[in-house]
Write a protein that binds this ligand. Structure first.
Ligand code: UD1
Length: 419
């Protein structure tokens, strides 16, 4: 199993190009199942979760390949799909596999998708995906760990989910594009990956309005067609590198980055004392000394993203003063805390809140990554810690970051992958 060896204590300085967003790439690859014509996606990040999705699509009989000449371009041809199924072996490694459910059901009238298993960051049910598809007329049963869904043709419906769910909104949005009549999704998620998906679907011939708000209206059409679409930059990768340089000190220019998708995080970085300038596709951060502790609370977009909680907490660990971090989206998303404590951080967890007392220095240790964003927070911890930090189980990191250690090395970090 690969590990990362980090020799911390260096200031970081330089430029990084941000990759396409993982959380847009996954639903958009699945959206290609909605048509028999080829869909080409550009700016597809090189991640394990993308590789898993491509495997899932190929397993159904689709062609899904990266272009040799331009590896960030993926062409999907779902004309030959023979088995609308997502088996346990693939779904168990990636919960987002549930995103094939809506498209398969809408185009083929049936789908068999393994229930995603328990996840390290708490129980993550898919009841809202199922409830929404049932409201559109699907017959759904759960047997032997599989969701079995059938519908001659889905029918438009007005659906209000119990909570704001990102992949739930995406699944229902994709399904509704081919349904008969109008679907209204109330309480829809507004994360930037959703308007990006909607824009792809519109290019494919879907009729969608209100994406990016809490109410999305979809007029179903008979069929969709092929197109080409460029995936929006990854706001979480962007935020992760900003936190890294805010923690180590130094200066960073991020290219191909969208500042307007990261308002809440940029605001908190400014509160921490960072100088930040932005343009339409770049962000520059300059740190002048030790950060100030900043309290924050995760919530749905446009508020502070849960996917940035662990990384920002790593920054708070070495900040001047005390901070309070509240997690409101997932029930068990403080698993990085014990590992950060191994690096010398002072953190006490009380339910959904973590109280962080900043310390002047962390000290290198062996730590274990437990989930994707927790891994990123340990890398940040290692970059600021004195001495050596070994981050174990980095397959979590590879699920969602495109060559992170190479990008960090490029701005002066002493970090290497050990096989
Ligand atoms: C997506 C993101 C993930 C991010 C999360 C929250 C992708 C591929 N993943 O995950 O990176 O951390 O949004 O921003 O885009 N819930 C239910 N029933 C459901 C669906 C959700 O109870 O049917 C609950 C979940 O347990 C959780 C909350 O709703 O507590 C929000 O989850 P959701 O927005 O669905 O997260 P994901 O879409 O899985």
């Amino acid at each position: 199993m690969d590990k990362l060896l980090i020799r911390g204590g260096r200031r970081l300085h330089g430029e990084i190009a941000i990759a396409g967003a993982k959380n847009a790439a996954l639903p958009e690859l699945c959206a290609a199942l909605l048509t028999a014509e080829p869909v080409t996606l550009e700016n597809v990040p090189r991640l394990q979760d993308v590789a898993t999705t491509l495997k899932l699509l190929r397993n159904m009989g689709a062609r899904a390949e990266r272009s040799e000449a331009a590896p960030e371009t993926v062409a999907i041809d779902a004309s030959g799909v023979t088995s609308p199924e997502a088996p346990y072996d693939l779904v168990k490694t990636m919960r987002a596999s549930i995103l094939v459910l809506g498209p398969l059901l809408a185009r083929f009238g049936e789908a068999t998708v393994s229930l995603p298993g328990g996840c390290a960051i708490g129980s993550r049910p898919v009841d809202q995906h199922i409830k929404g598809l049932q409201a559109m007329g699907a017959e759904i049963t759960v047997e032997h760990g599989y969701i079995l869904a059938k519908a001659k043709r889905l029918k438009g419906a007005r659906i209000t989910t119990d909570m704001v769910t990102v992949t739930g909104t995406e699944n229902l949005l994709m399904a509704a594009t081919l349904a008969e009549g109008e679907t209204i999704l109330e309480n829809a998620a507004q994360e930037p990956e959703i308007p990006d998906l909607a824009e792809l679907l519109i290019k494919m011939g879907a009729r969608i309005a209100g994406h990016g708000t809490h109410r999305i209206r979809i007029q179903g059409v008979e069929r969709l067609h092929g197109t080409t679409h460029r995936i929006v930059p990854d706001r979480i990768e962007t935020g992760t590198f900003l936190c890294a340089v805010a923690a180590t000190g130094g200066e960073l220019l991020l290219r191909d980055a969208r500042a307007d998708h990261l308002d809440a995080v940029l605001e908190k970085l400014r509160e921490a004392g960072m100088a930040i300038e932005t343009g339409s596709d770049w962000i520059r951060l300059k740190s002048s000394g030790r950060p100030k502790a900043v309290s924050f609370r995760t919530s749905e977009y446009p508020a502070f993203p849960t996917d940035m909680q662990a990384q920002f907490m790593a920054l708070d660990c070495i900040a001047e003063g005390a901070s309070k971090v509240t997690e409101t989206i997932f029930e068990n998303r403080f698993m990085h805390v014990n590992e950060l404590v191994r690096l010398g951080a002072n953190i006490v967890v009380d339910g959904h809140t973590a109280l962080v007392q900043g310390v002047p220095k962390l000290s290198g240790a062996t730590v274990m990554a437990t989930d994707l964003r927790a891994s990123a927070s340990l890398v940040i911890g290692g970059l600021v810690a004195d001495g050596q930090t070994l981050v174990d189980r980095i397959y979590h990191l590879d699920r969602g970051y495109d060559r992170m250690e190479a990008k960090l090395r490029g701005i002066g970090a002493d970090i290497e992958r050990i096989k």
